[in-house]
Ligand binder design. Structure first.
Ligand SMILES: Nc1nc2c(c(=O)[nH]1)N[C@H]1C(S)=C(S)[C@@H](COP(=O)(O)O)O[C@H]1N2
Ligand SMILES: [Mo]
Length: 321
């Protein structure tokens, strides 16, 4: 017998203002049909057949063992997602399962001593996985707390060996319209696929910057950006790019996916700040995923002690949008 849980306390999509709404004028088509096909209650299998499964659970790094708030239930966090490659609905988890996670190559290029291509499992052999519990704050004003597994971006810098010209790190997601309906021509007209994000070398070297391969003590489900995504807990969630296939070191500041679409709404820095409103909504508070609670948002999402010094001398930059 099918019992439907009452999700009255959950966040409804109507309670958040999706990042893409300003684009409706440019038209997006097919979204509703695709969302319907995705069966809204699909719970993603936490990839037991994943070749890296034996690496989990990893030891918790005691410096990040407690985010000061309850951890979001796995079922909530893994089934309420933003992953526009699979549509604008939050319920993309089962659609994302169509993404093949192996083989998965990551190209490292640009301003490096020598470009290289690494298979995800070769990369995993060169790093030590650890668990970190991080707060996540989406620009849409909802938040969650997730025990991620992964390794610091600064470990990737050692492997990639950027040269002296490298000032930024540019990350790029897969582009697979055959499996990702959002990337099909005519679905989101004018979206500049693939998804791209960028950070400075100093941000990349900050201890908080984390490359995520797992969540909740297992390989991450596709919905959360497997096999590898970024997590930058002091920045709005859109900076934490999923499904990474390319890491490029650049002298020029990369222009991100959302910055291309809406430069007046989504900037390069995108550090969390409750006092700087989004042009269409306040950032003062956030809806806690799975709790029905609204709490005050903190500057740098509460990580100022670790990251505020990165921005000394950059006060003329739009650091908070
Ligand atoms: N490639 C890609 N990465 C992405 C997104 C996306 O649409 N595509 N959405 C971003 C946004 S807006 C947020 S809030 C987080 C959501 O991560 P989660 O689904 O694991 O909660 O992923 C970010 N990374
Ligand atoms: Mo987001």
């Amino acid at each position: 017998m099918l019992i439907r849980r009452n999700r009255g306390w959950d966040i409804r999509e109507s309670q958040v203002t999706p990042e893409h709404v300003f684009l409706n004028r440019r038209s997006f088509m097919g979204g509703v049909a695709a969302a319907g096909a995705v069966a809204a209650f699909g719970r993603p299998a936490l990839a037991a057949e994943d070749p890296s499964a034996g690496l989990y659970p990893a030891k918790t790094n005691p410096a990040f063992g407690d985010a000061g708030r309850p951890v979001t239930e796995a079922e909530e966090a893994t089934t309420f997602n933003n992953y526009y490659e699979f549509g604008s609905s939050k319920r993309i988890a089962s659609a994302a399962e169509k993404l093949p996670l192996r083989p998965w190559d990551i190209v490292i290029d640009g301003e490096v001593e020598a470009p290289l291509t690494l298979g995800i499992d070769d990369l995993l052999k060169q790093v030590t996985l650890e668990e970190r519990i991080y707060r996540h704050r989406c620009v849409e004003a909802w938040s969650m707390v997730v025990p991620w597994t992964g390794f610091p971006v600064k470990r990737l810098l050692e492997i990639a060996r950027p040269n002296a010209n490298a000032k930024y790190v540019r990350f790029e997601t897969f582009n697979k319209p055959d499996v990702a309906p959002g990337q099909k021509p005519g679905f989101f007209t004018g979206y500049p696929w693939p998804y791209v994000e960028g950070i400075t070398m100093a941000e990349a070297a900050n201890d908080l910057a984390f490359l995520v391969t797992g969540a909740y003590g297992k390989p991450a489900p596709a919905s959360m950006g497997a096999p590898i995504r970024l997590h930058l807990p002091w920045k709005y969630g859109f900076k934490s790019i999923k499904g990474i296939v390319r890491v490029s070191f650049t002298a020029e500041r990369p222009v991100s996916f959302w910055e291309t679409l809406g430069p007046s709404e989504y900037g390069f820095w995108a550090n969390v700040n409750p006092e700087v409103a989004h042009p269409r909504w306040s950032q003062e508070t956030e809806q806690v995923l799975g709790s029905g609670e609204r709490i005050p948002t903190q500057l740098y999402n509460g990580y100022g002690e670790q990251v505020a010094s990165l921005y000394a001398g950059l006060e003329t930059e739009k650091l908070f949008m």
